[in-house]
Design a protein around this ligand. Structure first.
Ligand code: FPP
Length: 247
């Protein structure tokens, strides 16, 4: 089944260069089984592994995962520390395998708020996977789209104040260059699991022309075949970027 979809997407059309994912439904997955929420997150880590491997197999070049939002800091302290613990485990346990697969990890977000042990673990996975040429994996941690835009506006205002930028020359590219994602193209495809049709403060600027794919699958149950299905769905879309269709 998996090979069939993989073979089809390879012949069907363009594979999206950049896929972004809102990994949702860990809590519901746990509740359905009478388990504490952190166990849903733990199970979600397996889906991360599946998705990374699937992305490499499909030929996706950039994968951006929403691992922890600015709003997630407001969750109960035990859940926040469980999530930070999982990030540390992921960074320590997956490093060698990611390197073997040619995955280069980047960690983007307001990392000042992250505790030192997690910070150290993520810094080391970034350093030790540098140069991986198959896939760039962006882990968005302590990330919020509005916060990212405000940060860029502040950087821009500082540059104007220092006389480095003429306000009349500020355009979309000037702005994009100040976002965390400055060195990657905007996502072609956004996948959201658990059936919610929301953006939830993710990549607000970058998703302007991104194709959306919502699946009812809860994140811990997400497999590479679900990613392949999302890519096949993307390949059926006609992307016009606000223009009229060309025939
Ligand atoms: C949303 O589910 C998911 C999260 C807040 C965290 C995502 C984290 C992981 C998948 C595990 C660790 C990640 C990495 C990259 C190692 P939810 O808790 O909001 O689910 P609910 O809406 O059903 O309550």
């Amino acid at each position: 089944m998996s090979d069939d979809r993989l073979a089809r997407l390879r012949t069907h059309g363009d594979v999206p260069h950049h896929v972004a994912v809102i990994m949702d439904g860990n809590g519901r997955w746990a509740r359905e089984r009478g388990l504490p929420r952190p166990l849903g997150h733990r199970e979600g880590m397996k889906a991360v592994r599946e998705t990374v491997e699937g992305a490499v197999e499909a030929g996706v070049r950039v994968l951006t995962l929403f691992a922890f939002s600015t709003e997630n800091w407001l969750r109960p302290v035990q859940e926040v520390s469980a999530l930070m613990g999982l990030l540390q485990r992921y960074a320590r346990n997956e490093r060698d395998e990611l390197r073997r697969q040619g995955v280069e990890v980047h960690v983007l977000g307001d990392l000042e708020r992250v505790d030192p042990a997690t910070r150290e673990a993520v810094d080391s996975i970034v350093a030790e996977t540098r140069g991986g040429g198959a896939l760039r994996l962006n882990l968005m941690i302590s990330y919020g789209g509005r916060e990212e835009i405000v940060r860029a506006a502040r950087l821009l205002a500082d540059a104007v104040r220092r006389g480095e930028i003429d306000p009349d020359r500020i355009g979309p590219d000037t702005f994009s260059d100040l976002l965390f994602t400055r060195d990657v193209p905007d996502p072609d495809l956004l996948v959201r699991t658990s059936g919610e049709h929301r953006i939830s403060n993710f990549l607000l600027w970058q998703l302007a022309y991104t194709e959306l794919h919502v699946t009812p699958v809860l994140w811990p149950d997400f497999e590479r075949t679900d990613l392949f299905e999302a890519i096949l769905d993307y390949q059926r879309r006609e992307r016009r970027f606000g223009r009229v269709a060309t025939s």
